[in-house]
Design a protein around this ligand. Sequence first.
Ligand SMILES: [Zn+2]
Length: 150
Amino acid sequence: MTTEFYIADSVVTCECGAQTTVADPNMIESITCGVCGRKVHITQFNVHKAGSPPPSALLRSAEHGTLAERLASAVAFVREGKYAEAMELYDSVLKEKRDQRDAFYGLGFCHYKLQNFKESYRLLRMASEMGHAGAEKLLPKVHSQLTALW
Ligand SMILES: [Zn+2]
């Protein structure tokens, strides 16, 4: 029996739509687009593994839904561990309507999973102040992570 190590390349998508393959997006901060010449900063939103559909394709249908549909899609993404996609949806909901406590909670939860505890705490505090029970429950956990770091 042999063990195969397969390291997939990642693909960075420029705003112009051109895609550039990079070996390891964690090693570089930005690339220069070969098509439009733009300097593309690599973020979790414009990079994906080669061979899997780009985030924009995953999100395309979801993004045109109603607020409720987008929140439901975001929750589905969270369940699949696709936090970047979920966060994009939550952001789009919050851009439209600032008092969406579910979106604040969802975003806070994603940041918690991604170990961005400071941002998570900030978002969950807002959700909690709006009366979100789940946020209230999660806050002490995030807070203990925060204090553990200091
Ligand atoms: Zn470009």
